[in-house]
Ligand binder design. Sequence first.
Ligand code: ADP
Length: 542
Amino acid sequence: MQGLMQDWPLTCDKIITHAKINYPGREIISRQVDGSITRTTYGEIYDRARQLSSALQKRGIKLGDRIGTMAWNNARHLETWYGLIGIGAIYHTLNPRLFPEQLKYIVGHADDRMIFTDLTFVPILEAHQDGLPGVECFVIMCDRDAMPETSLRNAVCYEDLMAEGDGDVSWGRFDENTACGLCYTSGTTGNPKGVLYSHRSNMLIGMTAAMGGALNATGSDVCLMVVPMFHANAWALTFTGPMAGMKLVMPGPMMDGKSIYELLESEKCTFSAAVPTVWLMLLNYLEESGKKLPHLSRVLIGGSACPRAIMETFDKDYGVQVIHAWGMTETSPLGTVSHIEPEIAHLPYEEQLSYRLKQGKPPLIVEMKITDDEGCDLPRDGKAYGTLKVRGPAISKAYFGGEGGQILDDGGWFDTGDVASIDPLGYMQITDRSKDVIKSGGEWISSIDLENAAIGHPKAAECAVIGMPHPKWDERPLLIVLLKEGESATPEDFKEFLTGKIAKWWMPDDVVFVDDIPHGPTGKISKLDLREQFKDYVLPTV
Ligand code: ADP
């Protein structure tokens, strides 16, 4: 027997329509490329997204077409997404930090018909447009009077394109499983692979992120959306924001500590989300300037492990609650969130912290388990660690174009490439990425744990640990440190600092100081580049 409830496809046009009806005047604030601040509302975003949809339809854009966006977080970018989403076209976020070869590959593979770009990226696209032959036209997201001289093919100013439309368009009216957005994973091995989100998966992840056990998003929140829209749907905030009626503040290109602080302060932001690197820059700025954070109540930290020092400093010095989360492009991306649940609420601070620093528990729509090398399930005892596998309605079942072939096992589980444990309370903890874990004498050393211990050193700005070949132990850890400006230190200083904080046999065999630590396209430390950089290095213990 079927239920007798209405058929209401979960298509994402309904999200911005909801915001238009219920929170029309709630603001979206954007930092533009030139540093200026502009203000708009959900009402205006909706109207302009419809206008854009009609303009795109007049140019022949239709259901299923892929359109690239190379843009910072700003109102035009959000408008563009919803303008595409409404007519069933697919936003394809392009990470501007991609290498030219990757960019050409991705745009070609996705068969993007148009590219929307912020002014910042016009020179990059000009230089490489010959390698993007399928792109019919480039839309430059600026005011008319800021429109640059450009050699980009069929370049059109965003506002001129907008003026071609009349807002006469019908949105939705397609199946909820229709493709909605496309985002390629960085692909540390082989070519980047396209994760193709559906309307239904985006709707579900947006609702999930809003829940109390996740971000607890409400219309009273003012959200500084630092995590870029090209980084896995800005962790669902592009959907959760308008669903919950959050005022959104978009930092554009300026993500240094001072700029982030200015927006947190001037817009009285209550909530924000970003990778640890951004928070390190903010905390350094606060320390130097003596500023405080009177409005901010909680921050979401994910993308890589949250160091203990960041959580403690936010807690103790600024009274800001850190919510640690784990996910990946393939998980839309919210996979787990770490919260203080009743079972740990009474624990002393230090003990509680060790739970909060874990990656946490999955929401309803994510099932999770760990397995050994033979694929057998491992116990949830907090000790056993193995391959982390997930399944659910907002998790990839294949990559765009069938790249990578079959990616689920017989049980429908997706292998995350992470190594993790799950404790009896259900908190998952990432040990490491399987390719980064250091295999020493048959045992595993977590590079994440070592980095997080080392970053607590007051002179360290950033730390990375990689495994180096060792004839006796197979691999041993090398600690790579970028010191804070003007500081100096010796390897012994760091080893002394680590003593007692890590198992004895985890002690790095050497500590080297560098002027720069390379980052990948989503702002995370690039172990791949570090391994390349240190390929001729020999440990003193060899
Ligand atoms: P990439 O980093 O390759 O660009 P993703 O953004 O999809 O692609 O990264 C997902 C990976 O990031 C996860 O598989 C995991 O290794 C790592 N990650 C994400 N969040 C966390 C976290 N809170 N703690 C530790 N690792 C994390």
